[in-house]
Design a protein around this ligand. Sequence first.
Ligand SMILES: [Zn+2]
Length: 344
Amino acid sequence: MKPKSFLKNLYYTGLDLAGFTRKRIATFQQQVVGLTYHSVIPESEKFQRYDYRNCVTTRHFDRQIKILKNLYDVVSIEDLSQIFTSGRINGRYAFISFDDGFTNNFKYALPVLKENNVPAVFYINTGYIGKNRLLWTEFITAALIFTAVKSLSLTLNREHLFDLSTPAGQLKASVEIRNYLKQKTFSEAEEIMALIKKQTGTENLSPEIDADRYRFMNWDEVQAMSDLGMIIGSHTHEHMLLNMIPEEQAETELTISKKLIEDHTGQVCRHFSYPNGSPGNFGQNHFRLLERLGYATAATQIKGFNHIGSNPYALSRFNISHQLSRAEFKAMISGFFRSEYSYD
Ligand SMILES: [Zn+2]
């Protein structure tokens, strides 16, 4: 543990032992906390790598679910939308959600959820389900990590010569490039990605470089999840950040993904999560669009708690992005701790 993380953990452990976390949560009589996960994978040295930033170990996940169950009523997003509609919340509720639809959700997270008897919602990118494709945001990170080349020259706002000779250089380049592309249109992003592919020689990069980390579920796995009572929601068809595309294309993304989920699971798809989910990634027009298309809720990545009267198309969630200690996790779900990590 680094000295800074050690001190931070010590501080949150102190808060917890002094009973502050529990006391604070006890005051949350009408609050709803949402958690975002992306990947759950058995522990290995790979967790030190940057591309594992949104992964938690199976052991941590199990521990977090047990803590959550002890402090909150864990309910499905469907039950929660009914509670919101009723206008009355008696108690404190939590919902567990997964973004993207990785196969590790089925392989490693589902058994833990079943064992603890809690529901979750899986927001999937239907265009990636059962396909040998890397998520486009993940492609950028993976290309920079797995390439043999030592530098990359790109014109973003200005000319850049990214140093890829060290893990720190790869990380810096990945963050800068992804943050830049998220502000652009998707066709501009595709042009830049084609340049990255060419310069780094990663035309054949596939999820099989690390299947536990990068491979998506197939439709049989999605259906099995749904049959076990898990909710399948949409995260768009192509992992489109809604700010990157025109509204007609957003409508197509929301319509196709909803229909595919319904055709494959036999359940009505009523829940959505915004790719990336920061305030700049969606707007009022999308709330209206989601409602018109038959969605009941949409989850963001804005940190905070939900209450009666919260906008159901802008639900807050906490992203569980790295290896939190027991005290840090408790501090997070009680609103004391803010993770500084990014998400897609
Ligand atoms: Zn995502």
